[in-house]
Design a protein around this ligand. Structure first.
Ligand code: SAM
Length: 312
């Protein structure tokens, strides 16, 4: 399997990667044309992905996902499973855990008003152990969570239960399973998931989403960005004051050394770290993929992470 690129700075911060910076919202804006549908390779000109033939690319993708599945199964079985879900200060404290989940869920829904939410089917890719579900499912029409890791999906089912409006599905780690393509999702999000995925997995998901999405769909996710490329970083203070207040909690996460040491045992030699995008690469990747009809907002407060919002 291809190793994602690494750099010293990136490695030293591995344990600090987490979801938590607010995503901008331009939900007042309406996209004007319909989605384009095409085959995967046409969007990745010049990349290794493009040069492989389709069968080889599909086989590589399958191998990659099988590695990811086994690694996430291992993490989910470790005593620190929760740490891998959300590695914020106080992750072991259930009160702090719940409070952080509430804050993170509010970022996911940032800018969506109550009426929009109650009318919306929501899809979460990489739902983990359902940390965000209590704060999202109650506010939307239906919630569907998918995850590559069966243990996490089982935990969601056991702890949160499935109802007429909430369901959890294990998936293959690269696209949307057919069983969940039975409705229009107004919001599709992946919180702290693509930061752990190699390029071909991210590309495959986005193509899959684009193929099933109908207008209007809001897509929100984060990717890792190359910390040597400092373009487009904006101060977090430039957010509106309310969002800034909520985000303060989420920045400069310092994971204690003893946590980090154990974390590294499980993530060293693994695929924990996702593809590092340069900002220009990210921009053209999303433009090629979604075309002119989509609005793409990239918000970067941190050299390591870009919050991406695509309005289809
Ligand atoms: C850092 S956790 C975040 C969980 C959840 N989104 C949250 O914020 O609480 C990453 C989750 O993504 C899942 N995951 C990782 N790679 C995945 C993939 N390729 N497809 C689906 N799920 C994936 C993991 O199993 C894990 O549950």
């Amino acid at each position: 399997m291809e190793k994602p690129p690494t750099c010293a700075h990136q490695k030293s911060r591995i344990a600090q990667i987490r979801w938590g910076t607010p995503v901008s919202s331009s939900l007042g804006q309406q996209p004007h044309s319909t989605l384009l549908i095409g085959s995967i390779p046409q969007f990745f000109g010049g990349s290794q992905f493009m040069q492989d033939n389709e069968t080889e690319a599909a086989s590589k993708l399958k191998d990659t996902c099988s590695v990811l599945k086994s690694e996430w199964t291992q993490r989910s079985s470790s005593a620190r499973a929760r740490f891998y879900i959300a590695s914020h200060p106080g992750w072991q404290d259930s009160k702090k855990w719940t409070e952080q989940a509430r804050i993170d869920a509010s970022f996911v829904l940032l800018g969506l008003n109550e009426a929009q939410c109650t009318d919306m089917n929501v899809l979460e890719i990489g739902c983990g152990n359902g940390r965000l579900v209590p704060f999202i499912a109650s506010r939307v029409k239906t919630y569907t969570g998918i995850d590559i890791c069966r243990n996490f999906v089982d935990e969601c089912k056991n702890r949160l239960g499935e109802t007429r409006t909430i369901r959890f599905v294990e998936n293959n780690g690269s696209d949307l399973p057919e069983s969940i393509c039975d409705r229009h999702y107004g919001l599709v999000f992946a919180a702290a998931v693509f930061i752990h995925c190699p390029f071909n997995v991210i590309a495959s998901y986005l193509v899959s989403i684009r193929q099933v999405a109908k207008r209007p769909t809001v897509l929100r996710f984060q990717v890792l960005t190359d910390p040597k490329d400092l373009s487009d970083i904006i101060p977090v203070e430039s957010l509106d004051p309310e969002a800034y207040e909520r985000s303060k909690n989420c920045h400069d996460v310092v994971v204690k050394e003893q946590d980090a040491a154990q974390e590294h045992d499980l993530v060293e030699e693994s695929s924990y770290q996702g593809h590092l995008f340069r900002m220009d690469e990210l921009r053209s990747f999303l433009a090629d993929l979604f075309g002119d009809s989509a609005i793409v907002n990239l918000i970067r407060f941190d050299p390591l992470i870009a919050n991406c919002e695509v309005l289809l």
